[in-house]
Ligand binder design. Structure first.
Ligand code: ZN
Length: 126
């Protein structure tokens, strides 16, 4: 682990449980909000299919919905709540300065090893 990378480690089982419950609440809220965007998009598609909306007006209405859903997904994936790779919500997470996302320790270790191998391979080429 490089010194500037940030590891949030909890040993106390009660605190781990509280953290997990908090992450579950945030995950549920994320899924609910994402579902609302999907429903809004489906409503707009139905209006378009019924010719209530012109194609241009459909695009004007659906674009912000798609953008908001995309931002929500991006922000949630980059949050400490989930591992950016395996989606773990239970374990300790570490922030990667290189990737600007949080990983569980297992994924972080695998990615670091892979990254170091890549660096070594590039050094041999030069
Ligand atoms: Zn992981």
């Amino acid at each position: 682990m490089r010194e500037r990378e940030r590891l949030i480690k909890l040993k106390n089982p009660k605190l781990r449980k509280i953290r997990l419950e908090f992450r579950r609440v945030l995950l549920k809220d994320y899924q609910k909000r994402l579902n609302e965007f999907h429903e809004e998009r489906a409503r707009l598609q139905a209006k378009r299919a019924a010719l209530v909306l012109s194609y241009d007006n459909y695009l004007l209405a659906v674009r912000p919905v798609i953008d908001q859903a995309s931002n929500l997904r991006k922000n949630f994936s980059a949050s400490i709540v989930v591992c950016a790779t395996c989606r773990d919500i239970e374990g300790d997470h570490i922030f990667s300065l290189r990737d600007k996302v949080w990983y569980c320790l297992e994924c972080y270790e695998i990615l670091e090893k892979s990254y170091m191998k890549e660096i070594e391979a590039l050094k041999k080429l030069n």
